[in-house]
Design a protein around this ligand. Structure first.
Ligand SMILES: Cc1cc2nc3c(=O)[nH]c(=O)nc-3n(C[C@H](O)[C@H](O)[C@H](O)COP(=O)(O)O)c2cc1C
Length: 150
């Protein structure tokens, strides 16, 4: 559903004129960093502004980039959890992108006993109904256990 209350299909939501699309075609690789509560403003900025219109978009966001160790794409230094992906296919009609995750990296500051710690990462999700970002980290119930109480 769009802001105007109109039902939308996937094609309405995707757009192959994004700078990201052109970068994908060139590099055949990409990274997916998980947005965080600590960096919500900068994450939102990246989604609001196109690199096609604002050439120094990344610098303006305040983020810094480093080349990913395993793929030909940048990673965002300030976001602790990143998936490094090789492009498998991209369809300009549907904008469906399929990739293969070749590495997952987590900043040491977000690890506990060597494992990624959701509380330290502080991941966020976009709620397209209320148009807000929501935190994901709080535990709700023990998995493989709470259901067995029925
Ligand atoms: C919360 C949020 C969600 C978005 N979801 C989508 C989406 O699902 N599909 C899409 O094509 N663009 C989406 N966008 C818009 C793109 O992120 C935006 O067009 C961006 O400027 C593209 O940047 P680029 O041209 O530098 O790649 C979203 C933006 C925001 C802020």
């Amino acid at each position: 559903m769009g802001r105007d209350g109109r039902r939308r299909d996937a094609r309405d939501l995707h757009d192959n004129t994004h700078k990201t699309w052109a970068n994908l075609e060139k590099r055949k690789a990409y990274t997916v960093s998980v947005g965080t509560a600590a960096q919500v403003k900068a994450c939102d900025y990246l989604g609001c502004v196109s690199g096609n219109k604002v050439a120094d978009k990344v610098a303006r966001s305040g983020f810094h980039m480093t080349k990913a160790p395993h793929v030909d794409a940048p990673t965002i230094d300030e976001l602790p959890l990143v998936f490094e992906c090789e492009l498998v296919s991209m369809d300009p009609d549907t904008c469906l992108v399929i990739g293969k995750v070749v590495n997952v990296a987590c900043d040491e500051s977000a690890l506990t006993d060597g494992q990624p710690d959701a509380e330290k990462i502080g991941p966020i999700s976009y709620d397209p109904v209320a148009h807000v970002y929501r935190p994901l980290a709080s535990p709700l119930a023990p998995a493989f256990k709470v259901g067995l109480e029925l």
